[in-house]
Write a protein that binds this ligand. Structure first.
Ligand code: ADP
Ligand code: MG
Length: 602
């Protein structure tokens, strides 16, 4: 075939493939137009998952009748012109592709009335073929109805999921937009049933309540922007008491645009390191503001990816603000909150640290609902007990000695004894506490290792007999890459033959395991950490956690009371005394209220 310029119609259908993939992408484009038109109310209606029809109605500024046909021309847009900077774009749309693309693969009926005219206009485009516009009565705003999507593209039709799937895609996309625009009321109706409705009050918490429900909304922590600066982050993030098994509950937005970003999602995950168990993920709405000229949204036709001029800065900002908030808010784990069913002696409230991750709220008698301690509670704890310096004051967090970041506080505990050779039983200000001796010791050792690592003062213990570890294929090069870090922690390891490694010294903390068998085993675990990744921070942190785990007192080991006391004193000094480096709680609490109630003392 000779070279020809494609007809506009064919070019539109090709472009449509990029912009409109499925009903959810049509809805996204239409809603973005409504948002750009300054709407405060947007209603989305679907019939048969959008396959039969999609209707988006808004109360925005509308399109003047004379311009309505232009809206469906390719590359026709009111949002940029020849003089615009293609980087600094403040609207969600700018490519002028969505409407013509949609209209080339469906029958579109557009009705719009602009603020300045007293009548509306109606335009029908039948699979790319434009009818003439008509005058019609209509409220100010725009209503776009899309019927028979992809009826002329059989290949696309095949890729469309069952109506239920498409509805849930739309719902999740609409949910994210609703979280980013709490000032807009969004409604989703599917086959005449209301699926989602946000109030548009402008409060993010109300939007979270509408999208995720009250249980989650009640456990979200507010992320305040650090200060008035060109780059800022705000939003709501889940307290470590609740978590999810996937990343779908992390919503990211940059300058009002919801984005997909692996790196930023990872920054959020990293901030939770040590607060959540492995492979559990937070719920978060993170809204990033940057100067417009710092983000390029013109990377992908669907505009869901952006490029940052200073990605590292944004990454660090997100991580620092979330981490800072978690540091001051992490509560002591209350007994029962790890449970997922309400059977048992005590029924406090909280989220699961493991299991389904669902928050379960159990109410015994009216008014008996205990809640997670708030940051305020832990502040009070610090102040009530003068013998222990408070690390936080009423005026907000004060930097502690460690790393300049605010610290969690541990209640003042008096050791009563040891139970099941695993738990240290203590009495404290708000009840009885059980400390998991292994988890607590792990936290202490981990912090010490981390300190030593950053000061380059780790100790090393030579093995009486070097240990030879055979490695799985491919592992040797991974080890070689990390030899320097391994050395910094105290491992003296060297390659030995084609697929083995010989270990001559181990980190000092492991001296009790300084037999070559034990050392080899820990080394293999460390390598597993290296390969697996996970929600961990850097691999160094994960390695330190593994070493800490193997150096710490085990469950089932008798701990003399003096040792238990000393362990608690050391735990108090750590940065996160309430969780072990893997995110498990180090202590749980049986509150006095619960005890008195259960014993029918009141
Ligand atoms: P883009 O959003 O990239 O400009 P679209 O094809 O999505 O391109 O829309 C084309 C134009 O139609 C927009 O620039 C805007 O002027 C107008 N438009 C589309 N939808 C609406 C709406 N809901 N309210 C007001 N104007 C709209
Ligand atoms: Mg658009």
């Amino acid at each position: 075939m000779p070279i020809k310029v494609l007809s506009d119609d064919l070019a539109s259908r090709i472009a449509a493939g990029e912009v409109v993939e499925r009903p959810a992408s049509v809805v996204k484009e239409l809603i973005e137009n409504s948002i750009d038109a300054a709407s405060t109310r947007i209603v989305v209606e679907l019939a048969e998952g959008g396959a039969k029809s999609i209707t988006v109605t808004d109360n925005g500024h509308g399109i003047p009748a004379v311009e309505l046909p232009f809206a469906f021309e390719r590359f026709a847009t009111s949002k940029i012109d020849e003089n615009s900077d293609l980087i600094a774009i403040g609207t969600l749309g700018f490519r002028g592709e969505a409407l013509p693309s949609i209209a080339s693969v469906s029958r579109v009926t557009a009705v719009s009335r602009s603020e300045t005219s007293d009548a509306g206009a109606r335009l029908v485009i039948d699979f790319g073929e434009k009818h003439s516009p008509e005058k019609t009565g209509a409220p100010v705003g725009t209503r776009i109805q899309v019927d028979g999507l992809f009826q002329n593209v059989p290949a696309r039709l095949k890729f469309m999921g069952a109506p239920g799937r498409e509805v849930s895609r739309v719902q999740s996309m609409l949910g994210s937009l609703a979280l980013v625009y709490p000032n807009i009321s969004f409604t989703l109706i599917s086959d005449s049933r209301e699926r989602l409705k946000t109030s548009g009050t402008g409060k993010l918490e109300d939007a979270v309540r509408a999208v995720y429900g009250s249980k989650i909304a009640d456990q979200m922590l507010p992320l305040e922007p650090e200060e008035q600066s060109a780059f800022s982050v705000d939003g709501l993030i889940s307290s470590p008491s609740i978590n999810r098994s996937n990343r779908n509950y992390i919503t990211l937005a940059v300058n009002g645009r919801t984005i997909q970003s692996r790196r930023l999602t990872y920054a959020v995950e990293q901030a939770y390191h040590g607060f959540l168990p492995e492979r559990r993920f937070p719920i978060a709405v993170v809204r990033i503001q940057t100067p417009l000229s710092d983000v390029d949204a013109n990377v992908h036709p669907a505009k869901s990816e952006v490029r940052f001029l200073r990605e590292d800065l944004v990454h660090a900002l997100v991580q620092r603000s979330i981490r800072g908030l978690l540091n001051v808010s992490a509560p002591v784990h209350e007994l029962g909150s790890g449970r997922t069913s309400g059977v048992g002696l005590l029924r406090p409230v909280g989220g699961a640290m493991s299991g389904t991750g669902e928050v379960t709220r159990f109410v015994t008698t009216p008014g008996s609902v205990s809640t997670w301690p708030t940051p305020q509670d832990s502040i009070q704890r610090g102040m009530e007990h003068e013998d222990k310096p408070a690390t936080q004051s009423d005026n907000g967090p004060e930097p502690s000695a460690v790393g300049g970041t605010p610290r969690e506080t541990l209640p003042v505990l008096r050791v009563v004894g040891q139970a099941r050779e695993t738990y240290i039983v203590c009495e404290g200000p708000e009840g009885i506490y059980l400390v998991d001796q292994h988890a607590a010791h792990e936290r202490v050792t981990y912090d010490r290792l981390q300190d030593a690592f950053s000061n380059q003062s780790t100790e090393s213990q030579a093995l009486l007999e070097p240990a030879v570890v055979d490695l799985a294929p491919g592992m040797l090069c991974i080890v070689q890459e990390h030899l320097e870090d391994l050395d910094k922690v105290g491992w003296d390891a060297e390659t030995f033959g084609a697929n083995s490694i010989v270990i001559r010294s181990v980190p000092g903390a492991l001296s009790s395991r300084a037999s070559s068998d034990g050392a080899g085993q820990v080394f293999i675990n460390v390598l597993d950490e290296l390969v697996q990744g996970g929600t961990g921070q850097s691999w160094v942190d994960r390695m330190l956690a593994t070493v800490a785990c193997h150096s710490s007192v085990r469950a089932g080991q008798i701990l003399p009371i003096e040792d238990a006391k000393s362990l608690l004193r050391q735990l108090e000094k750590t940065t996160h005394p309430n969780t072990c480096p893997h995110g498990r709680p180090t202590l749980i609490q049986l509150s006095i209220n619960d005890l008195e109630r259960e014993f029918k003392r009141r």
